[in-house]
Design a protein around this ligand. Structure first.
Ligand code: SF4
Ligand code: SF4
Length: 673
């Protein structure tokens, strides 16, 4: 179809496009190579299939709370695949007259028909996106509009120029069979068959070049824009974190080159890839309790600012310069770093599994460990944990006294006990937490479990210290607890606090392997200890009929559930509380607007229980308003932090009549016998 000189020009165009395309790709790879290592090469098959399912079923966009956007993505994604294939056809057609990638028979006809069909779906998808971005203008889309406009224009021109080319192609070869129904219909409507052969051939060639220029400009532009996510996104999905979202990697305080992240290259290459994969959809921002309540933090901007910084410092990073600027306050402010509750909502909704909280926690770690910068109110908190092993600065011996008041034996008094009931700082020292502890004791006794507590041997689990960046303090507390646990042969550790559960399950095991002061036997004893959440335990006890509840038939009032982030989103425990409550309270469960995996944080996670919330609205007020709107008279929780925050929030909102009870308290209140 093309003359020799045109063929040379086309080859040069393809070559130029490849070069312009790969320069930014290569640059980004070289940048990432300068970052710290991250170990993401395990379970390659699992990674591969996960990525395939997310990309080809478009679960990355369909999984979340924007179903229409997900559907539009699906249309555009499959359209793009069809058009990419058609581009190969288009180039080869320039060299071989009448070339058809899938032949002139049924397969080729089906392909032509599908490209025509996808022309419609892609145009519909692009119109949807353009209306949403430029007419509806949601807050989530507050960045990248010029980039988006250009991409929408490219897509529009690519589709229409293809249809134009196809129309002329069909008119030049009127006898040729083709199932390109849309192009044929358009050619008929425009009466192209009436034009002279010479005119049609000229238009055919012009439309050929127009389409080629649009498509190759589009391809060359993509990696220079936020649409780089088309490539970085699937790669990011492949290298996603396999550990539970609430876990933190251990930090070897003796060997680490830096404590957390001070400069950008203190992050790992996966953090850099996260930054490059962001599509700026703003889903993370929409669900972030800090952002929604008016704090300085937007998880989307954390990722975008990280990307902006690493691209601005590209030359320094690639040449391994030592003098990279500090990230705080140049790139991130302390206000945003200290606003994160580590609830994981951002990570959970992100189409590319970008790990926002880990970055904020690395920044916190550096502020606390390397620079001694943290909110003033944490000074007492850290001091109390360091000196007394609890946040309130009460003597450790009080734990033994309080355990005795509950009629409980310690493990040292009763080493035959099979289970350790971890009372935690709230269970020992907080009045409301003690009520939950009493409920648990009542249930465990009714079930006939042989259990005891640690008493004075117990220290704070260290969750808050760790998530507030004080890794040193966390490791000290964890070491003391691990030493205590190593002294007993136990089947399980039962906890009624999701923070303790998460830290024992995910943070202690790698730390145990890292710490050098445990014998092989001690390590083995701790490794065999099963960490059991009270939600799992209560559900199992009901299943096994080891406890029975009074019939809920007479119960008439509706109730609701507030899922804690650390049991629910981070550890997938949201079915158990529903099952337990249905058994205890009946079927009148009325879910909150944000429930289960989409639950909204109470505001206390990430150690923020111990800080003052000065900016914007209080997160617990927002959650309390949601509970009040729900109309339930009882809200069941499964975390002492959540319970405290909601009780305070409901009181502040004048809704003290709404009762807040832990799931264990509900069960204990209807326990039979
Ligand atoms: S973990 Fe929660 S609070 Fe932190 S950035 Fe993500 S959504 Fe916001
Ligand atoms: S981080 Fe993820 S959810 Fe947030 S804007 Fe980027 S792609 Fe969207």
């Amino acid at each position: 179809m093309l003359t020799l000189s045109e063929r040379i020009i086309l080859a040069a165009l393809v070559g130029l496009t490849v070069v312009v395309f790969f320069i930014p790709v290569l640059k980004r790879v070289l940048i990432m190579a300068r970052f710290r290592p991250a170990h993401r090469s395990d379970s390659l098959f699992r990674r591969f299939f996960y990525t395939l399912s997310r990309v080809f079923l478009q679960l990355c966009t369909l999984k979340n709370e924007r179903p229409w956007t997900g559907a539009a993505h699906l249309l555009v994604f499959y359209g793009a695949l069809a058009f990419d294939t058609m581009t190969i056809n288009h180039v080869l057609e320039g060299y071989v007259d009448g070339f058809q990638l899938f032949g002139q028979a049924v397969a080729g006809h089906l392909f032509s028909a599908s490209v025509d069909l996808f022309s419609i779906t892609v145009l519909l998808g692009v119109i949807f996106f353009a209306v949403k971005r430029f007419v509806a203008r949601p807050r989530a889309y507050n960045t990248g509009s010029a980039d988006s406009a250009l991409i929408y224009l490219f897509i529009f021109l690519a589709v229409t120029s293809y249809l134009l080319f196809k129309m002329f192609s069909l008119s030049v070869h009127p006898g040729q069979e083709s199932w390109a129904f849309l192009s044929r219909w358009l050619a008929d409507r425009l009466n192209l068959s009436q034009s002279s052969g010479q005119t049609l051939s000229l238009y055919l060639k012009l439309s050929y070049w127009f389409h080629a220029l649009v498509v190759f400009s589009f391809i060359a532009y993509v990696p220079h824009s936020k649409y780089f996510h088309l490539f970085a996104g699937p790669v990011n999905l492949f290298f996603r974190k396999h550990q539970p979202s609430g876990s933190m990697p251990p930090l070897d305080l003796d060997k680490a080159e830096s404590f957390g992240a001070d400069r950008v290259t203190d992050f790992s290459w996966k953090d850099a890839l996260d930054a490059l994969a962001c599509v700026e959809c703003g889903r993370c921002q929409d669900v972030c309790p800090a952002f929604v309540s008016g704090k300085a933090l937007s998880p989307k901007m954390v990722i975008l600012n990280l990307e902006k910084h690493l691209l601005a410092e590209d030359k320094n990073i690639m040449s391994n310069k030592e003098n990279l600027p500090s990230l705080v306050p140049g790139v991130f402010t302390e206000a945003e770093i200290w606003a994160c509750t580590t609830c994981g909502a951002c990570l959970h909704v992100c189409p590319f599994d970008i790990e926002h909280p880990d970055k904020l926690l690395s920044l916190r770690q550096n502020l606390v460990l390397a620079q001694g910068r943290f909110p003033a109110e944490l000074r007492t908190f850290f001091h109390n944990l360091e000196t007394y092993g609890n946040p309130w600065g009460l003597p450790a011996s009080r734990r033994a006294t309080l355990a005795a008041e509950l009629g409980l034996k310690t493990l040292s008094e009763n080493p035959q006990a099979e289970y350790l009931l971890w009372l935690g700082c709230f269970g020992y020292f907080d009045d409301r937490g003690r009520k939950i502890a009493e409920a648990m004791v009542k249930i465990l006794r009714a079930a006939g479990l042989k259990f005891a507590v640690l008493g004075a041997e117990e220290h704070c689990c260290g969750d808050s210290a760790r998530r507030l960046g004080n890794e040193y303090l966390f490791q000290e507390l964890a070491r003391s607890n691990l030493k205590a646990l190593a002294g007993y042969n136990l089947k399980g550790l039962i906890t009624f606090c999701p923070h303790g559960y998460n830290v024992f399950r995910h943070d202690y095991p790698p730390l145990l392997e890292m710490l050098g002061d445990f014998t092989g036997e001690e390590k083995e004893r701790i490794r065999s200890l099963r960490v059991i959440s009270h939600l799992e335990l209560l559900a199992d006890l009901l299943d096994q009929k080891r406890i029975s509840l009074n019939s809920p038939a007479g119960s008439s009032s509706i109730y609701t559930i507030h899922d804690s982030c650390y049991y629910g989103r981070h550890n997938g425990l949201w079915l158990q509380p529903r099952k337990i409550l249905r058994a205890g309270l009946g079927e009148k469960l009325k879910e909150l607007k944000n429930s289960g995996e989409h639950s909204f944080c109470c505001g206390a996670g990430g150690g923020l229980m111990w800080t003052e919330e000065k900016a914007g609205q209080r997160v617990n007020h927002l959650r309390s308003e949601e509970i009040i709107k729900n109309g339930s008279q009882l809200v069941a929780t499964s975390c002492p932090f959540c319970l405290t925050m909601l009780q305070d929030g409901l009181r502040d909102k004048g809704a003290e009549e709404v009762r807040v009870m832990d799931v264990a308290e509900v069960v204990a209140s209807v326990l039979r016998g």
